[in-house]
Design a protein around this ligand. Structure first.
Ligand code: SAH
Length: 347
């Protein structure tokens, strides 16, 4: 059975032609799936019953099950633990801001990158998500919350550039004028720094914001907390970021999780400023979230922040949304696979 939600309009046209039906039908079906959000072929009332039965023989319309839904009391954050068709769990976080709602989407079940502070890879890597499974995080969340999502960040579980082809396909589906039609200007992709893939992405000029998880200002520290640094060190990563900026005209944004006694000295702040200043980049400081590791955030991040500002860096401190519902990366999936936590189905 073909996963119909992963097909582009052109691919759907080809598949429809293969079953001897008129190609123009593909556009109607695409509209049912991505605009009207049909979850079964029987809803597609402008197609004959015979054709709908034929479609159901060849294609499946995937769904995600809501395994758990946590609503934060302190802020406007809703975290979904979704179950994939093969019973893997992934997380999706809906953040409600005054101006627009933003959705944090997972790209893999598990993660290979093993960053010391991150819970996403706590139970290893299982598999890449299909384009449909990324899209469905948006569709199921919009359906369940009855809200429209205005922006999307690929910052959930997984390393998006390690699932490159499916992520690109997902972005094309997401921004298709005949489908969900979300401008990629409202999309951010966060990477731990796969420099070769950043180069590949730059060639496609996707028009999104590239966010790079830097988290250290020297190779020794970065390799300790992010093993990916042994493959692509800071110099090679920043070279790719620079070339991304030059090719796409879009400034890269950096993420920096502040960890007490690891990367929080004033000397480090100065080193960091020197590294990223030539890129005219934006820096997002995040007090590290305690997620089952011994790393802790410094008691005061003001001095580090101010030193960066004095050095002329455009810096913000990320609000920690949803701390009471474990909204940090991978925490919920790690708990659900690790412990005997009892879960209740709620959809
Ligand atoms: N793999 C991608 C995207 C997923 S993580 C990446 O590495 O960028 C999204 C962001 O959350 C990254 O910047 C990641 O480094 C950060 N992050 C993960 N665990 C964290 C924690 N415990 N505290 C603060 N930031 C964390």
């Amino acid at each position: 059975m073909i996963d119909i939600l992963s097909l582009s309009l052109e691919e759907l046209q080809e598949e429809i032609a293969k079953i001897n039906e008129a190609a123009f039908r593909a556009k109607q079906i695409f509209d049912w799936l991505h605009v009207k959000r049909a979850v079964s072929f029987s809803e597609m009332s402008n197609l004959s019953e015979q054709f709908r039965l034929k479609l159901a023989e060849h294609f499946c319309i995937k769904r995600l099950n809501i395994e758990k839904k946590l609503v934060s009391r302190h802020d406007y954050t809703v975290k979904y633990l979704y179950e994939l068709p093969d019973f893997q769990n992934i997380e999706t976080v809906l953040m409600k801001y005054k101006h627009a709602n933003s959705l944090c989407v997972s790209t893999q079940a598990g993660c290979k990158m093993n960053c010391a502070f991150c819970a996403s890879g706590a139970n290893g890597f299982v598999r890449n998500l299909e384009p449909s499974e990324m899209l469905l995080q948006l569709y199921e969340t919009e359906r369940n919350s009855d809200m429209q999502v205005g922006s999307l960040v690929l910052m959930g579980i997984g390393e998006p550039l390690d699932n490159f082809n499916n992520v690109i396909k997902f972005l094309r589906l997401l921004s298709d004028k005949n489908g969900r039609n979300m401008s990629l200007r409202h999309v951010s992709l966060s990477t731990c720094g796969l420099a070769d893939k950043i180069d590949e992405l730059a060639e496609l000029r996707p028009g999104l914001t590239l966010s790079v998880s830097l988290h250290a200002a020297d190779d020794e520290t970065r390799s300790k907390i992010m093993p990916v640094n042994n493959k692509f060190n800071i110099a090679s990563l920043l070279k790719s970021c620079k070339s991304y900026y030059e090719k796409t005209g879009r400034r890269v944004s950096f993420e920096y999780a502040l960890i007490k006694d690891v990367n929080d000295s004033l000397e480090t702040a100065e080193k960091l400023a020197k590294l990223i200043k030539p890129l005219h980049a934006h820096l997002n400081l995040i007090p590290v979230n305690p997620t089952g590791h011994a790393l802790r955030a410094p008691a005061n991040i003001k001095y580090f922040y101010e030193r960066l500002v004095q050095s002329g860096i455009n810096v913000t401190v990320r609000r920690t949304l949803g701390a009471d519902i474990n909204a940090a990366c991978g925490q919920l999936r790690a708990e659900s696979t690790e412990s005997s936590l009892k879960m209740t189905k709620c959809n």
